[in-house]
Design a protein around this ligand. Structure first.
Ligand code: HEM
Length: 154
C-alpha cells in the first residue's frame, strides 16, 4: 500500500513536470518571447529547452517505470488493466515516441544551428519543435484527465 502510494506520487510528479512544462512553454513563453528579435528569441529557446529536456527524460523514465510497476502490482498485468489504463498507456507511449523523435531530430539540429549562428535553419527546426509540442501538450492534458478520472468511469 505504501509502495503504491510512493509509485503513484512519482507518477503524478512526472506528469506534472512534463505536461506543465509544455503548457508553460507553449501557452506562456511563446507569446512572451514573440517581441524579441530573431537571434535573441532563438537563444532564449535554446536555453529553455536545454534546461527543460533533461527533466522531461526524468519524467518519462518515472512515468514508464512507475506506470508499468503499478499496472502489474495493482491490476496483475496487461490482461487485468481496465480501459482507462490501456488508454493512458497507449497515448502515453505515443507521447514518449513524439518526444524521443523531437529530441533526436529537430532539437539536436536546432541546438547545433543556433550554436553555429545559422538562424535560418534554427528557425525551421524550432517550428518543427513547436508543431510536435502543439500535439504533445494537449495529448498530455488528455492523458492526465484520463488517468485522474478513469477510476470513476473506466
Ligand atoms: C505510458 C505508460 C503508462 C502506464 C502504464 C500508466 C499506468 C498508470 C497506473 C497503473 C495508474 C494508477 C491508476 C489507478 O490506480 O487507478 C496511473 C495513474 C495516473 N497516470 Fe499513468 N500510466 C502511463 C503514462 C502516463 C502518462 C504519460 C501520464 C501523463 C502525462 C499519466 C498520468 C497519470 C495520472 C494523472 C494518474 C492518476 C493519478 C490519480 O489521480 O490517481 N500516466 N497510471
Amino acid at each position: 500500500m505504501k509502495l503504491t502510494a510512493l509509485l503513484l506520487t512519482l507518477h503524478i510528479l512526472g506528469a506534472v513536470i512534463w505536461v506543465g512544462g509544455m503548457f508553460a512553454a507553449y501557452v506562456c513563453l511563446r507569446p512572451a518571447a514573440g517581441s524579441l528579435d530573431g537571434p535573441q528569441r532563438l537563444a532564449l529557446w535554446r536555453g529553455f529547452f536545454a534546461k527543460f529536456f533533461p527533466w522531461v527524460w526524468v519524467a518519462v523514465l518515472l512515468l514508464l517505470v512507475t506506470g508499468y510497476w503499478m499496472m502489474f502490482a495493482t491490476f496483475g498485468g496487461f490482461k487485468g488493466a481496465p480501459l482507462y489504463i490501456n488508454l493512458m498507456q497507449t497515448l502515453g507511449l505515443l507521447m514518449v515516441a513524439l518526444f524521443v523523435g523531437l529530441f533526436h531530430g529537430p532539437w539536436l539540429k536546432f541546438k547545433r544551428a543556433v550554436d553555429a549562428q545559422d538562424y535560418a535553419t534554427a528557425g525551421v527546426q524550432l517550428n518543427r519543435i513547436r508543431q510536435i509540442i502543439m500535439i504533445n501538450m494537449p495529448l498530455g492534458l488528455l492523458v492526465v484527465a484520463i488517468g485522474g478520472s478513469g477510476r470513476f468511469w473506466g
